[in-house]
Design a protein around this ligand. Structure first.
Ligand code: 5GP
Length: 126
C-alpha cells in the first residue's frame, strides 16, 4: 500500500478519509450541524455524554499541517463550537481537543476538533 510521509508521520495513502465519506454521505453519521465550511457529528465512540467532532470540509490532515491560509477556517471551527454549546445547553462548560500526530493519539488524518461535555471532565490533561 502506498505510504504518505508528512512531517515524519507515516500513514497509508487514502483517497478519502472516513470523515470525507461522511461529508459525502457515503457512510451515515448523526449530524448536529452543517454549513459551507464544516460538519459536526456525534463521535461513534463517545468519551463523554456529549462528544462531537467538528470537521472542516476542506481537508487539512492535522494541526501540524495548518498554514496561514487555514486561519479563517480554523477560527470558524471555534465559532461553531460556541454555536453548538448554546444549542445543546452546555453552559456548565465544554472541552475542545485536537489530536495531531501519533503521540497525541490521532487516528483519522483529517483535522477535527473534539467537543466534550456533559459531565465534570477529568484532569489533568494528558
Ligand atoms: P482522533 O483519534 O483522530 O483524534 O479522533 C478520531 C475520532 O473519530 C475518534 O474519537 C473516533 O471514535 C471517531 N470516529 C472514527 N470513525 C468514526 C465513524 O465512522 N463515525 C463517527 N461518527 N466517528 C468516528
Amino acid at each position: 500500500m502506498p505510504i504518505c510521509v508528512i512531517s515524519g508521520y507515516n500513514f497509508p495513502a487514502m483517497s478519502k478519509t472516513i470523515f470525507q465519506k461522511i461529508i459525502d454521505r457515503e457512510i451515515p453519521a448523526t449530524i448536529e450541524h452543517e454549513d459551507d465550511q464544516c460538519i459536526v457529528i456525534r463521535d461513534i465512540h463517545p468519551q463523554a455524554p456529549v462528544h462531537l467532532l467538528i470537521i472542516p470540509k476542506r481537508v487539512v490532515a492535522r494541526a501540524a499541517e495548518a498554514t496561514a491560509a487555514d486561519e479563517p477556517m480554523l477560527g470558524h471551527l471555534f465559532t461553531v463550537a460556541a454555536l453548538l454549546a448554546k444549542k445543546l445547553n452546555l453552559g456548565a462548560g465544554f472541552r475542545l481537543v485536537v489530536n495531531s500526530g501519533p503521540n497525541a493519539g490521532e487516528t483519522v488524518p483529517h483535522l477535527h476538533v473534539h467537543l466534550l461535555a456533559g459531565r465534570r471532565l477529568h484532569e489533568p490533561l494528558g
